[in-house]
Design a protein. Structure first.
Length: 454
RNA sequence: GUGGUUGUAGUUCAGUUGGUUAGAAUGCCUGAUUGUGGUUCAGGAGGUCGCCGGUUCGAGUCCGGUCUUCCACCCCA
């Protein structure tokens, strides 16, 4: 009995038209990564769960896809485990999982290959990741991340270069409606100290992060529930309402953080990063110091940033930050890293919504050769080889069909030119080239026509 | 994970208080045009109404479950 096939929730097929556009984004990002000195790396889709769990916070652990052990997966369990529930049973029946991001597997790779790696190590990685999230617009269960990370140096030049990459990628994609929010976990620590809730740092961050979503009043309400006094709320409110340039805002924060060593360190790092950006000739109009930026992933320790489109409703399209000790959990201390991740599925959705994909795509076949009958077909194969030797993307219609069908094929596939190869042309040595957009036709030798196309 | 929402030709959608043979547009195929597509005209094919079950003389329509879509939380690329 035939059944209708279906896809798992939150996954998609990408047809040729979509893949051409995805490749356009991917190729852009990849070429920029290479230009900045990053080298490629790939890691497996599956990792041991011991590598993945505990790196993304409790929420993250919940979103990991777990892979049932092969064979008799009940082998290591007892009836008692079942009684204790899913949480106790899960690690005994599933020891591997799909990777959740590219940063943690990268840290694992660095630790395992520390002997062969020359530091600072700059790598880029473009692969799918999986999250058992509930899908929504711009949120999928399988999606691609494009990461660039530098490990083995604490230099803020890296942060600035990653910002430069953001600037260059989106400039090349002709996408300008975005803003970069930048801050530092240390600034958040300073704010938490100011509010005297350093012991509830994580909760503090989560609440603060909601500011632009739920507003000042509700943030104040929630902050008071974790013990922020009304006096401190006033101080915080005044500080966060600071306006002005990035430098002016940093100055105001500096005054407020006089008693917070870590807070001041965060501000210094931000200032230095902005200096480096100036040195790199990166315009900072779209980069905004946003002290409420929190970022969920628990491994970040220093500067953090996030890119969001401004003219459409879309989540974060690029994000990252510095993590001082991600390799520490794998037994390699004292290696600082900083990275960035482009979410190409959301970039795709954004470009689509804003109609920013270029109309023509250089990956499309340039010329289709017709197929009228066996004799012309044999002749056409030679022409095909000749065109390809000149690096022209060419194909032949693989069977003798009605010309109408062949032209339709070219039309639907977006092929710009059709070369008629029939007895008339073979006899004269001059071929009819049809421009599918204008409908114009011209007659010339293959060499002359090839020159027109290449 | 919580709450809501969606599903009918390849696609986008109609389908009345439950009542004969489920429609349109578009796309596809054939012909008008034996070597000229994207325009026009004529004809044709295409549907287990997401899936499973229930109520009913009768279900695309009502009920339950399930899968999927989108949305709000949560969180995130």
């Amino acid at each position: 009995m035939a059944q209708k096939p279906s896809l798992p929730k939150g996954t998609r097929d990408f047809g040729p038209a979509q893949m051409l556009k995805r490749d356009y984004i991917l190729n852009t990002i990849r070429s920029v990564f290479k230009k900045y000195g990053f080298m490629p790396l790939e890691t497996p889709a599956i990792e041991n769960l011991s590598v993945l769990t505990g790196k993304y916070g409790d929420e993250g652990d919940q979103l990991l896809f777990r892979i049932l052990n092969t064979g008799d997966f009940l082998k290591k369990t007892s009836a008692g485990d079942y009684e204790e529930g899913a949480k106790a049973l899960s690690p005994k029946i599933a020891e591997k999982g799909l990777k959740y991001d590219l940063t943690v597997p990268f840290a694992r790779y660095v630790v395992m290959n520390r002997g062969e790696i020359t530091f600072p190590f700059k790598r880029y990685q473009i692969q799918p990741v999986w999250r058992a999230d509930r899908p929504q617009k711009g949120r999928y269960r399988e999606f691609y991340q494009c990461d660039a990370d530098v490990v083995g140096t604490g230099s803020l030049i890296c942060e600035a270069e990653l910002m430069a990459i953001v600037n260059e990628v989106y400039t090349q994609l002709n996408f300008n409606d975005y803003k970069v929010s930048i801050s530092s976990r240390k600034v958040l620590e300073g704010l938490a100290a100011l509010c005297e809730v350093s012991d509830k740092f994580t909760a503090f961050c989560v609440i603060l992060d909601k500011l632009d979503k739920i507003g000042e009043e509700r943030v104040a309400e929630e902050l008071s529930t974790i013990g922020v006094s009304s006096q401190n709320l006033e101080k915080l409110k005044e500080l966060l309402n600071t306006t002005g340039s990035n430098q002016e805002k940093l100055g105001t924060f500096r005054e407020a953080f006089v008693n917070s060593e870590v807070g001041l360190a965060g501000l210094d790092e931000l200032s230095e990063t902005f200096e480096h950006l100036k040195g790199l000739k990166v315009t900072t109009d779209q980069i905004i110091f946003d002290p409420t930026l929190a970022r969920g992933l628990s491994y970040y320790t220093g500067i953090i940033y996030e890119v969001k489109p401004t003219s459409i409703s879309m989540g974060t399209i690029t994000a990252g930050g510095r993590y001082d000790n991600l390799t520490g959990v794998f037994g390699m201390e004292g290696v600082s890293g900083v990275g960035i991740s482009f979410g190409i599925d959301r970039i795709y959705d954004s470009l689509e919504e804003l109609n920013l994909f270029p109309e023509t795509n250089s990956d499309i076949t340039q010329i289709l050769i017709t197929n009228f009958d066996k004799e012309s077909e044999a002749h056409a194969l030679g022409i095909l080889a000749k065109l390809r030797s000149k690096n022209i993307k060419a194909e032949i219609f693989p069977e003798a069909a009605k010309l109408k069908k062949q032209l339709n094929y070219a039309n639907n596939k977006g092929i710009a030119h059709v070369l008629m190869v029939g007895s008339r042309e073979i006899e004269s040595g001059e071929y009819v080239l049809k421009n599918m957009e204008t409908g114009d036709q011209q007659t010339a030798t293959i060499d002359a026509l090839a020159n027109l196309l290449s």
